[in-house]
Write a protein that binds this ligand. Structure first.
Ligand SMILES: Nc1nc2c(ncn2[C@@H]2O[C@H](COP(=O)(O)OP(=O)(O)O)[C@@H](O)[C@H]2O)c(=O)[nH]1
Ligand SMILES: [Mg+2]
Length: 446
């Protein structure tokens, strides 16, 4: 067991209850000194908490004694549920330090759980995700990952790779038999199935979208009504709206929850050629953001004629939407032109305005789009860049095993390396530095 640590596990500040959690060597003895007899294991018990040197009463607390190895960290642990005042927490922390415990590092409890094999690294990340979850989709995903859904997918692939490897090694060991040809063919078949699944998973961004938000860009020429739509969709005045073209310059990212999914809606500078240096930088950033977005909404002022709406239209890809805006006004020539242009390219159009019914329609269409982009039959194989990079590396090795190498020994070696990349997602092979990086993003008490 490692040295005894403690941390405030609840948010700092005034609250009804504050929970201090303790784990590691000597925790049982420390709690005993504070509350007298240890409560029975895993049974919530109220205790008077006293300063062991002066016997002064410090608080009345609910105490949980959670002996290892069945605890979250796998070590002897305890929880002190205190009255949530700053003075109470400060005094108890001071006592714990005096009794020889140290303040835990960020993520240290989860790291200990990982190091004691209570969780793999992807599950440990899920603990952080669950704490950070603000939407239903984020909560569901984090919980499933914590329960092992992500790790199981990689484990299935890894074990298929090891099967293929075993077949191949059998063929290498008995080069004179009849058996090997069938074995090699069997191994290849096994391998190419897994390789295809892993390659597909590298391009699947659902998991990261759920965590980070589905990105929607409002694009169009100045005065098309982008800022008005953003304000209408989020229901407050986030962006400045004026009749002066070129009002919006920074990319204005606004978080939004649609159908339980986290969405980032971005208003930006109208895309046009300009001599104004500030506006030009805004236009450059707008273009970059729009290109990287998951969905682009081309806003066209349907009431105008000759607005130059085609300028930003090049940025649209299949699946994007063309919004024929200001439908409360008599249509101008641009509306018909944009409609025809969209039909020709198989892009969906939607007549919109800042009127409530049309905003509702737009909101529900965007909800459908976001939901479709983030749901799927299987749990995603990656919910972070770290996972995707490992999958991509594995995919590269399998590609070489299948297509580049002919020497069976080298084929086998590439399969082994691919399997190792998958294991890395569970964190079993990683050096301290990688683990440090993962756990440093956690907060204290987690
Ligand atoms: N009639 C009408 N005017 C609108 C609508 N949306 C925006 N406008 C007006 O169009 C002008 C430009 O709007 P704004 O949102 O700033 O456009 P942006 O430059 O694309 O951000 C403003 O004067 C708005 O009041 C709409 O649905 N109907
Ligand atoms: Mg604007």
């Amino acid at each position: 067991m490692r040295d005894g640590v403690f941390a405030l596990a609840t948010a700092p500040g005034r609250a009804a209850i504050a929970v201090i959690r303790l784990s590691g060597e000597g925790v049982g003895a420390v709690v005993e000194r504070l509350v007298g007899k240890l409560p029975p294991p895993r049974r919530a018990s109220t205790r008077r908490l006293r300063d062991p040197d002066t016997a002064e009463l410090v608080d009345e607390a609910l105490v949980l004694w959670l002996p290892g190895p069945g605890s979250f960290t796998g070590e002897d642990s305890a929880e002190l549920h205190l009255h949530g005042g700053a003075a109470v927490v400060a005094r108890v922390a001071e006592l714990l330090l005096r009794l020889g415990l140290r303040l835990a590092e960020p993520g240290e409890f989860t790291r200990r759980a990982f190091e004691n094999d209570r969780l793999d690294l992807a599950q440990a990340e899920a603990v952080a995700d669950l704490v950070d979850a603000e939407t239903e989709a984020q909560r569901r995903q984090a919980l499933a990952q914590l329960r092992g859904d992500l790790s199981r997918r990689h484990e299935t692939w890894r074990s298929a790779l090891l099967d293929a490897l075993a077949m191949l090694e059998a063929a290498i060991d008995f080069p004179d038999e009849d058996l090997p040809d069938a074995l090699v063919a069997g191994a290849r078949e096994r391998l190419s199935g897994v390789a295809r699944e892993i390659a597909d998973s590298v391009g699947d961004t659902r998991g990261e979208r759920v965590r980070e938000g589905y990105r929607i860009a409002l694009i169009g020429v100045p005065n098309a009504g982008k800022s008005s739509l953003l304000n209408g969709l989020v229901g407050r005045d986030v962006a400045i709206v004026t009749e002066i073209a070129g009002t919006t310059r920074d990319v204005l990212e606004t978080p939004l929850v649609l159908g339980g999914y986290s969405v980032v809606l971005a208003d930006m500078a109208g895309l046009r050629a300009t001599n104004d240096r500030v506006e030009a930088e805004g236009v450059r950033r707008a273009g970059a953001w729009a290109q990287a977005a998951d969905l682009r909404l081309l806003v066209v002022d349907g009431a105008s004629t000759g607005s130059g709406w085609t300028g930003p239209a090049d940025l649209l890809v299949q699946g994007d939407l063309v919004l024929l805006n200001k439908s409360d006004c008599p249509p101008g020539a641009d509306r018909r032109a944009a409609e025809g242009w969209a039909i020709e390219r198989g892009l969906e159009t939607l007549a919109v305005s800042i009127r409530a019914e049309e905003l509702d329609m737009l909101r529900s269409r965007l909800t459908e789009k976001a939901t479709a982009a983030m749901t799927g039959a299987e749990f995603p194989a990656a919910t972070r860049m770290r996972h995707r990079e490992a999958l991509s590396t594995a995919s590269g090795f399998l590609d070489r095993a299948l297509h580049a190498e002919s020497d069976p020994e080298l084929v086998a070696e590439n399969i082994r390396l691919a399997a190792r990349s998958l294991e890395r997602i569970a964190g079993r092979l990683d050096p301290e530095s990688v683990l440090d990086r993962v756990f440093s993003t956690f907060c204290i008490g987690k």
